[in-house]
Every structure is written in C-alpha cells, then in structure tokens.
Design a protein around this ligand. Structure first.
Ligand SMILES: C[S@@+](CC[C@H](N)C(=O)[O-])C[C@H]1O[C@@H](n2cnc3c(N)ncnc32)[C@H](O)[C@@H]1O
Length: 223
C-alpha cells in the first residue's frame, strides 16, 4: 500500500480547480472535512462523465460528487425489502431507526444528474454499467463479502482508456475488515492510501497523468 500526504493530491490540481463546493459535515455524517476535500480533489482530477457510488445513505458524498463534476451520478442503496445481505451493526441500527428519508441532493439543481438505484449491490444486475463508469466510490455494506463483491463489480464497470478512479472508504477503520482486504489487493495492483483519511484509491493512470511520477517518488510504501 502506497501512502500519500493529503497535500500531494491537492497539489495535482490547477489553481482554478481548487475552488470547490463541499457540504459541511453534521451529526449523522460519516466523512471528515479532510475526507470530503480529498474526494473532491479526486473527482476533479478524474473529470468523470459517469460516477457510480455504492452506498447513498443520506446522500452527502453523492451530493459532493455531483457538485464537483458534470457527471451523471448513479448511487445504489439498500431498502428494507432488498436488505438480505449480511448487515453490520451500523446497518442494523439504520434499519431499526428508519433512517434514509430525505437525501441531501433532493431539491438541488444537480438532482437531475443523480440516478438513485434501490437494491442489494451484491445481487442486483449491474451488467449495463460494464465498461461505462469513470469514477467509482465503494462505501456500501462493510461486511467483507459485500466489499469484495462491490470491488469485483467496480473493476468490471471501469471504463478503459480514460483516467479512471476506484475509491474505497474505511481503510484502517478498526470496526471492519476492509484494511486487510485492501492490503491484500495492493499486492497485485497499485493502491494509494491518503493519510489522515480512510480513503484508498486506484487510478487507471493512462499516459496523460504525469503526476504518477510524483506520487511514486513522494509516496511511501508500507506493505
Ligand atoms: C456508509 S453508508 C454510505 C455513506 C455515504 N457514502 C456518505 O458518506 O455520505 C453505507 C450505505 O450503504 C448501504 N448498503 C449497505 N449494504 C448495501 C448493499 N449490499 N447494497 C447496497 N447498499 C448497501 C447502507 O444501507 C448505507 O446507507
């Protein structure tokens, strides 16, 4: 696993790309301000036409991704009917308390570009997205079987020949087994952990991304 300081990502942006709109976190938020800034920088770097998000929840990262891109954003989340997959404690509490009513993006102009999908990502047919997606955020179910399935789907969805990203949340979160999963994956492909966040990303890195040189020399390798 390569480790990067957060500024390494911000430094890849042009000065005008550093102007961003970032929703401020609240009581029920699951990402820090720094994580929001990193996600914003990555989506600006990718300039995606299509985004796929595993895990909508209250729609905060969905909103952030739509606000900082021109992409069509697909976002999938469980509903009570489709929630048959192994649920972690967070999910059980969510369903017990009946969360997930209004999404942050409802009512915004960007809502027209956001397509909500309802179902279990491990069982729904996602074949129409094969080779169609430029930027993927994996932050759905945290059970390791779900993360593994979403990761497999993400690599199928990723469009070739374009700067593409897959981003995982919750690396180093002690409540989940995601850290070991991503460390094992990083033995086969280059993965980058952004320090002080729980984000790890993979980039398709075509030849136009000169910055990879900076990442490789500036980044430390820990596993
Ligand atoms: C951590 S939250 C997403 C947080 C969101 N990305 C944010 O930071 O604003 C995870 C969401 O994934 C959903 N989820 C869990 N397992 C899922 C599955 N198998 N398929 C689809 N969604 C799932 C949960 O219901 C929950 O709303």
């Amino acid at each position: 696993m390569h480790c990067l300081r957060p500024h390494t990502i911000f430094d890849l942006l042009d000065e005008n790309e550093k102007l961003a709109t970032i929703p401020l976190p609240g009581k029920h938020s699951l990402t820090s301000m720094l994580e929001r800034a990193i996600l914003t920088a990555l989506v600006k770097l990718g300039r995606p036409e299509t985004i796929f998000e595993f895990g909508t929840y209250i729609g905060e990262t969905t909103t952030l991704l739509a606000l900082n891109s021109k992409a069509t954003v697909f976002t999938v989340d469980l509903d009570e009917i489709t929630a048959k997959t192994p649920l972690d404690d967070f999910e059980k509490k969510n369903f017990a308390t009946g969360r997930q009513g209004e999404k942050m993006f409802h009512g915004l102009a960007e809502a027209g570009r956001i397509k909500e999908l309802h179902g279990d990502s491990t069982t729904m047919d996602l074949s129409r997205f094969t080779g169609q997606i430029d930027f993927i955020l994996i932050d759905g179910g945290h059970h390791i079987d779900v993360v593994a399935s979403d990761t497999e789907q993400a690599f199928k969805m990723l469009r070739g020949g374009k700067r593409g990203f897959i981003v995982w949340h919750d690396y180093k979160n002690p409540r989940y087994e995601i850290t070991g999963f991503l460390d094992r994956l990083s033995r086969d492909i280059a993965l980058y952990h952004v320090e002080e966040t729980t984000y790890v990303f993979y980039c398709t890195v075509p030849s136009d991304l000169k910055a990879i040189t900076t990442w490789e020399t500036g980044g430390r390798h820990t596993t």
